[in-house]
Design a protein. Structure first.
Lengths: 155, 775
């Protein structure tokens, strides 16, 4: 079985995996990072979004071996020294969640959006989130949270 | 937060954040699949039927048993107790098929292996020899034979035939209503741990732990006290985990007890969608008599539902469709009948609204038909037919509608949404716009609150105060994202006047609160809030008696104030006071119990008061349709919704917004499609279109009715909010219909059936143009 090694949330991580092991399986089952969720198994819902070298990726679409040598950030690695990232804080503050299952993927996706576009318009937020399904909130508070996070990060 | 200065944090009626919000955003909220896996865990997968209806002539499982990693294979013969998970105990729902299969996707055997991948691969290796039987896949196919999964219901008041015979105008029609997949983001899952003797613990993603407990016990042939079922949270449920978790939980428990190893069942999303039931699709035949003004005189409607292969909850679901066929309108003479049809498809189940939304769609179709027949605006017909005082207040089931809330909400929204001004503006736009056509509709919702099965309307809670003053809260309700846990914690914080952080919310488990009802029917807060309040008040009464004696003051001079207890002239901090009570040997733990008052229902007679009260709302939706492609946008939605005195306005707003969008998905883009062999072809979000962020209305004005308390004695006079907002989305369907009608000059009722996918909108436009040209 191939050995994979990468940096996950700033720490070196390695393991023996089957060639077909998905990145999300490596994160959840080998590293115990269960904050990244599996929702649809087919790269539709976005619950499994993580960052690979700073870009948002559906971790059920990538093999672990494809992530060798990369810097991976999961939802667990977003806060710094116990302080929530502004996007995390905004989702919490603005009720951008209900059941919470889509939330890690939503947050990771939104962080990538704001890293590329510090002041996204509402249509831009909507379009960016096409790959993230939320079944509970109707997205209203999710958009509000991302907008608020963008303001907070500028301030 | 908007907590009042000097007041406790997390008081009732403050917009408190979800209790797990800080964990959700950090990925630290534990769902069942996130729990550390016990050593030796077995992963379980189902081998399922490829046929919609067939006799199993032969079943060869040798290749499954021989597959890599397989530890054991189980069939119905391995079940020590009953091979049945019918929630109504009708013995029509085998866990694993025996001699025949009744839908494509039905589990036949379960395979347990070291890894999930091994179990999935092995499950495909069985050699099953089928002898096909005739299959009824659709409502049309099932109707002629008329086989039903449960007894139908008929509601009769007055003489509908005679009324329609004497009415100046009458018409008949048919409406087809699509189903809906729940698509909870967290799929079905159960993890079972074998215990000592006959004991087993099951972690199940379920809305109904007590039912899982009973099902596991009867499967294993052990008493209920050997089975503990726990759930901290679900990743969404929407009714899809009221009974549909039974299968996965009982099989996990079976494998755990048979092998002595922990066992987990988590189907892949596609299999989840194929194996589990959905919202019922319906075919409604309607006849209505009315006068020249559009006032309804008589109604006759038959609601035929595709129930699938077993009864599941189809009896109460189809009953509820009839309870809501009136929506907000008085039917002077009425006959309503249900047909819960047996089909060779997945067994349809609870889904937010529980048949009510389908019932309401039928009632709103009548309004629309009458509006076109009398060339009036549908809103005028709606207002003309609203329940009124006296003899115009009786529902088809003889419960009176005593309040004018529906009219009040409609008239307020009519003004705040500028309905009539926009109606003129849209008419003008449509007369000059050749391709794009806009539509507008304002529809109300009246939804009955209570389980129609009276015995379900009970709840229990358990409250402990530890000697340091910290509080432990448990109740029978489950958390699926709706914010029940935080609402009930607010009730307890309010009762003791302590900051909500002092109240520890704990996982729902059958070991703490027994014999609970499903968290369903929007009744979670109503029931569990009252039970928790009762538990808190029992302890409070003991504490007041203690303080009166210990401080020698009259009980009426003892009050729970924010963070402290006032005893006569003295204030004692809460924790210190509790410490004193402990030393004085006061019991600081209590259960609480609640049963909903006033309700009764005689199904055989079709009479009673099945509902404690009604929740109301209304929505005004505007759409724009491209008449060349059938594609459309929801441009603006205005909502006014009644939640009584909200326990938590932030959580309730989330329910309204989310419920509306989920309802919009059901009525617009979400289309379930089975092929002619009975195979579900829409079994993933790639082919089943759930609303995405961009589908949300461009302008979305959501307001709650302010300052109106529930006239019934509910928890702090709040109203249930889980299901009713879903039906606000009926306004989107009617706005689409309004836009479509403009292609034929509003001369023909479009009869646009949901889901109004772009394809169906386009087909309806073509049909209307052809009919209008022919006329």
């Amino acid at each position: 079985m191939p050995t994979v090694s990468m940096t996950v949330n700033g720490q070196p991580a390695a393991g023996e995996v089957e060639g077909r092991t998905l990145l999300v399986e490596f994160l959840r089952e080998h590293l115990g990072l269960t904050g990244t969720h599996v929702g649809c198994d087919t790269s539709q819902c976005g619950a499994c979004v993580v960052h690979v070298d700073g870009k948002s990726v559906k971790s059920c679409t990538l093999l672990a071996v494809q992530a060798v040598g990369t810097e991976v950030t999961t939802i667990e690695g977003l806060a710094t020294n116990g302080t929530l990232h502004p996007v995390q804080a905004a989702f919490k503050e603005h009720h951008g969640l209900q059941c919470g299952f889509c939330t890690p993927g939503m947050v990771m996706s939104a962080v990538d959006l704001l890293s590329q576009n510090a002041s996204p318009s509402e249509p831009e937020i909507r379009e960016w989130l096409e790959g993230n399904i939320c079944r509970c909130t109707g997205y209203h508070n999710i958009v509000k949270a991302i907008d608020a996070a963008a303001q907070a990060m500028k301030g | 937060m908007l907590d009042r200065p000097g007041a406790i944090t997390g008081a009732v009626s403050t917009p408190r954040q979800h209790d797990s919000g800080h964990k959700h955003v950090a990925g630290r909220a534990i769902y069942i699949d996130d729990m550390p896996e016990p050593p030796g865990l077995l992963h379980v997968y189902f081998g399922t039927s490829s046929e919609a209806h067939a006799r199993i002539a032969a079943l060869d499982l040798a290749p499954v048993r021989a597959a890599e990693g397989v530890a054991a294979v189980f069939t119905a013969a391995d079940i020590p107790g009953e091979n049945d998970i019918s929630p109504t105990h009708r013995h029509d729902e085998p866990i694993l098929a025996t001699d025949a299969v009744h839908f494509a996707g039905q589990p036949i055997f379960a395979v347990a292996a070291r890894t999930r991948d091994q179990a999935r691969r092995a499950a495909r290796l069985a050699n099953v020899t089928y002898e096909p039987l005739a299959a009824a896949l659709s409502i049309e196919a099932a109707k002629p034979a008329g086989a039903m999964v449960t007894e139908p219901l008929t509601l009769v008041r007055g003489d509908a035939d005679a009324a329609m015979g004497t009415a100046p105008r009458s018409l008949t029609g048919q409406m087809r209503i699509g189903g809906q997949d729940h698509f909870y983001l967290e799929g079905q899952i159960a993890l079972a741990l074998p215990g000592e003797d006959d004991e087993v613990t099951v972690y199940s993603s379920t809305q109904h732990p007590s039912e899982i407990q009973i099902m596991v016990a009867q499967t294993l042939d052990v008493p209920a006290n050997a089975v503990t079922v726990e759930v901290r949270r679900m990743g969404g449920a929407f009714g899809g985990k009221e009974t549909q978790g039974n299968l996965f939980a009982v099989v996990a428990a079976l494998v755990a007890k048979k092998t002595g190893r922990a066992a987990k069942v988590r189907p892949d999303r596609d299999d989840d969608m194929i194996i589990t039931g959905k919202r019922h699709d319906f075919l409604v035949d309607y006849a209505v008599g009315f006068d020249d003004d559009g006032r309804i005189m008589g109604v006759d409607m038959t609601y035929a539902a595709r129930c699938g292969w077993s009864s599941d909850l189809s009896g109460p679901v189809t009953d509820r469709s009839l309870f809501h066929a009136d929506n907000c309108y008085f039917y002077p003479h009425v006959r309503l009948a249900s047909q819960p049809l047996k089909t060779n498809t997945v067994s349809n189940t609870a889904f937010r609204g529980f048949g009510g939304p389908q019932g309401m769609l039928g009632g709103e179709r009548l309004i629309e038909e009458i509006a076109f027949a009398t060339t009036k605006d549908p809103l005028e017909i709606r207002k003309l037919n609203l329940y009124g005082p006296g003899e115009r207040s009786l529902t088809p089931y003889h419960q009176a509608v005593e309040e004018t809330t529906a009219r009040d909400i409609i008239e307020t929204l009519e003004g705040s949404s500028d309905y009539w001004m926009r109606r003129e503006e849209i008419d003008a736009y449509n007369s000059r716009s050749r391709v794009l056509k806009r539509g507008l509709a304002l529809t109300p919702v009246k939804f009955g609150i209570a389980f129609t099965a009276t015995h379900y309307n009970q709840a229990g809670a358990l409250v402990h105060i530890y000697r340091d003053g910290s509080i432990h809260l448990n109740h029978g309700g489950t958390e699926m994202g709706q914010g029940l846990y935080v609402k009930v914690a607010q009730v307890v914080a309010e009762e003791f006047q302590v900051d909500i952080d002092r109240v520890r919310i704990t996982a729902t488990t059958t070991g703490k609160v027994p014999n609970t009802s499903a968290t369903a029917a929007s009744a979670g807060s109503d029931l569990n809030g009252m039970a928790a309040q009762a538990a808190a008040r029992t302890i409070k009464n003991r504490l007041i008696a203690f303080a009166a004696e210990a401080w020698d003051v009259p009980p009426d001079q003892i009050a729970f104030l924010p963070g402290r207890v006032r005893i006569g002239q003295q204030d004692v901090p809460f924790a210190k006071f509790i410490g004193r009570a402990y030393m004085a040997r006061i019991s600081l733990s209590s259960t609480g119990f609640y049963k909903t008052p006033k309700i009764h229902w005689d199904r055989a007679k079709g009479r009673g008061r099945p509902f404690h009260y009604f929740a109301y709302g209304a929505a005004c939706s505007e759409v724009c349709v491209d008449t060349l492609t059938g594609e459309y946008k929801v441009e603006r939605v205005d909502i006014l919704h009644d939640v009584g005195n909200s326990l938590n306005p932030a959580v309730d707003m989330g329910q309204i917004e989310g419920g509306f969008v989920q309802g919009m998905g059901w009525l617009t883009t979400e289309e379930l499609w089975w092929d002619d062999k009975g195979h579900l072809r829409t079994h993933a979000p790639s082919t089943y279109k759930i609303p995405a962020c961009g589908d949300r209305p461009r302008v979305f004005n959501v307001r709650m009715v302010h300052g109106v308390r529930n006239s019934e004695e509910t928890i702090y006079r709040s109203k249930a909010v889980g299901e009713p907002p879903l039906m606000l989305a009926i306004s989107v369907l009617h706005a689409l219909s309004d836009a479509v009608a403009s292609v034929a000059g509003h001369r023909l009722c479009p009869r646009l059936d949901p889901p109004a996918t772009p394809e169906r909108v386009l087909q309806t436009i073509d049909r209307l143009r052809a009919e209008d040209a022919a006329a």
